[in-house]
Design a protein around this ligand. Sequence first.
Ligand SMILES: *Cc1c(COP(=O)(O)O)cnc(C)c1O
Length: 427
Amino acid sequence: MSTNEELYERGLRVIPGGVNSPVRAFRSVGGTPYFVARAEGPYVWDCEGRQLVDMVQSYGASILGHADPQVVSAVREAAGRGSTYGAPTEGEVLLAEELTARYPGLEQVRLVSSGTEAAMSALRLARGVTGRSRALKFSGNYHGHSDALLAAAGSGVAEGVIGTDVVPDSAGVTAGAVVDTIVAPYNVVPTLDESVAVVCVEPVAANMGLVPPVPGFLEGLRAECDRVGALLLYDEVITGCRLAPGGATERFGVQPDVWCFGKVIGGGLPVGAFGASADVMAALAPTGPVYQAGTLSGNPLATAAGLTVMQALDADAYEQLETTAKALATGLRLAFDAAGVPAVVPRCGPLVGIFFGSEAPIDFDSASESVAIGRYPAFFHGMLDRGVALAPGPYEIMFPSLAHTDAHLEQVVGVAHEVATELARSA
Ligand SMILES: *Cc1c(COP(=O)(O)O)cnc(C)c1O
């Protein structure tokens, strides 16, 4: 049996940073990543046999908890029938029907293999449909790692003047790739003009910690897009089918023109989807001029897992998720208070975040100020040492699943109280 340390060392030799996605690295918290050997329900076990209560749940992709028996058997059965054909299948139709039934206005979807692909393709579609070039995104919102959406506000961006100073948010992304991207602060309705094809937004920001939309933000975006004829795109890769059957769209009652999905809808297998009205989607190949394709798109294993999850997500499931998240958020808040550690625990439906400091952030700047307090690494390691796995980065959130029961939450909250007490002492 290999230890975490051994696997990490071997991984470092053959995989950059030892990880296949940088969010899994321990760079911002320090230490050696745990290598997962297996997982079940709310737990993961590392390769050394250590059991952890898992609040990561693949960043929300495992909403039923890990290795749900129904998902496992659906995937097994599907695998026995062959894993990819290069021809359409019933599963794709069924998953598309599940999605469109949950979202009024979403008439058609195209399945892809990741959230990144969904957002990248939706952006191309929006540009193709409107005949316009510019895309607006919000600072601190994540839409995957396609070039045009890896843009950040430069340091010289003037208040109220959008798009004056946008810089690539990664080496290898050219200035040309982001020249048509505008970056604006979250939770402020930007003033658009008729050069804007699309406004991309996480309706609840969940990649800069948890930052819900302030009242009027989504309504304001809808009105401003309508005023200039731009499309409004909700990136519901995290919120989709999670905040409600119809995600953030249903929860906040403001309908976009284009949607992106991922994570939840694949039941732990690689899936993404983007969709819109039939009119807008008609612009896609093969019926329209906007090209988009994928060898493994709508993969039979992924649609089998996704369908099983969607069918399990009934009214009771949403109520349970919400109750669980409420108990977690309340428990954590009390734990920080009792320990005298200033922290806020924002919650939106089943999503829960943690920010150190006494103010709840409303945008990327205020989220960064909280992160700069620098308490997350010690909190993370304190939790991990006591058997609770959080994401190894301060901008990630917690994903309580349907497999997390009161007993698991009590364990998480109890451990958080111990760790917070220790933090207070060491401050
Ligand atoms: C995770 C995420 C993505 C990217 O999805 P991948 O499947 O990792 O490519 C896009 N948008 C949001 C909001 C996400 O949280």
